[in-house]
Design a binder for this molecule. Structure first.
Ligand code: FES
Ligand SMILES: [Fe+2]
Length: 308
């Protein structure tokens, strides 16, 4: 089973099958250029534009996000249609991207190389549209919950319409960072809440009459210190966990298709009837309470094999 992740250290962030827990804090770079001091002109690059912001997440959370190639076609589905991993390690990652469904001419290979010592990373387009372009990002800790992000958009020397290219990049990066920031902030909140919370021993909980409960579906409920969503599927009331076992993504607003839900952060799919993985990625939803009807009233009770 792929290990569930609650909190990671920055480092060896990826595996061929997906993002797993990070173990090492060492970061290697195979690139001899010094990221902080390198001059774009030495690489025959021109600067098309810049993007600056402060994100509401700590530096380690931001680094975690940088290494997380797997979220591109899920969290950023508006901009990336699919992603296939070619290679990854503590140096960074290289992926094959498709920006639009079926438009293979838009396929790109991009590579992220991190240089933690210099405090930044570069994403270079190695193949496809924009080959030779480099997006260089420097990160600076502002506080435990704030990080300054400074991005330079560098394109091969002699490229035309620099201002238009820079504006398009800036618009794209504003959107990507908005989505990343929301993910990092929620992840931080859930991790902090889990540190504070003490799971209580789940006790049976009555929710109301069948008619009342059905009128208010879907409905979020607390049980044993965790949150669940109560839904009706094929005439049966069931509860499922609303925190993804992968990176704690939100499952409470997900659409149910053929009894399955898809996490908006990395696209992992789960069958809510059983909690099992629905995409072969081997992560299961946390155990949900059973929903039973007694004397016309709906109750949540500890899952069958958890009682006693
Ligand atoms: S948090 Fe990664 S798939 Fe849900
Ligand atoms: Fe992102």
């Amino acid at each position: 089973m792929r290990p569930a992740a609650t909190e990671f250290e920055f480092g060896d962030a990826c595996s061929r099958g997906g993002v797993g827990p990070l173990k090492s804090t060492a970061l290697l770079t195979r690139d001899s250029r010094d990221l902080a001091t390198s001059n774009p002109q030495d690489e025959n690059l021109d600067c098309a534009g810049v993007y600056r912001r402060t994100v509401r997440a700590g530096l380690s959370r931001v680094w975690e996000n940088v290494f997380d190639w797997e979220h591109l076609p899920a969290l950023h589905e508006q901009d990336f249609h699919s992603v296939d991993l070619e290679d990854c390690g503590s140096w960074g990652w290289r992926v094959r991207l498709l920006n639009q469904p079926g438009v293979t001419s838009r396929q790109q290979i991009i590579e992220m190389r991190a240089d933690k010592k210099a405090g930044g990373y570069r994403v270079e387009t190695l193949n496809g549209p924009g080959t030779g372009s480099v997006v260089r990002t420097m990160l600076k800790r502002r506080s435990s919950r704030r990080t300054d992000v400074n991005v330079d958009f560098l394109v091969p020397r002699g490229s035309r319409n620099l201002a238009a290219i820079g504006a398009r990049y800036a618009e794209l990066y504003a959107r990507l960072w908005d989505q990343d920031e929301a993910m990092m902030m929620r992840r931080e909140r859930v991790i902090a809440a889990r540190r504070r919370s003490r799971n209580t021993h789940p006790r049976p909980k009555t929710l109301g009459t069948i008619a009342d409960v059905r009128d208010r579906l879907p409905r979020l409920v607390s049980f044993g210190g965790e949150r669940f969503r109560l839904v009706e599927l094929d005439g049966k009331l069931i509860a499922h966990a609303v925190t993804c076992p992968h990176w704690l993504g939100p499952l409470d607003q997900t659409t149910i298709v053929d009894g399955c839900i898809r996490c908006p952060w990395h696209g992992y799919r789960f069958d809510i009837r059983t909690g099992a993985s629905a995409d072969g990625r081997n992560l299961s939803l946390p155990r949900a309470p059973d929903v039973v009807t007694e004397a016309g009233r709906v109750c949540l009770v500890p899952a069958h094999n958890e009682t006693g």
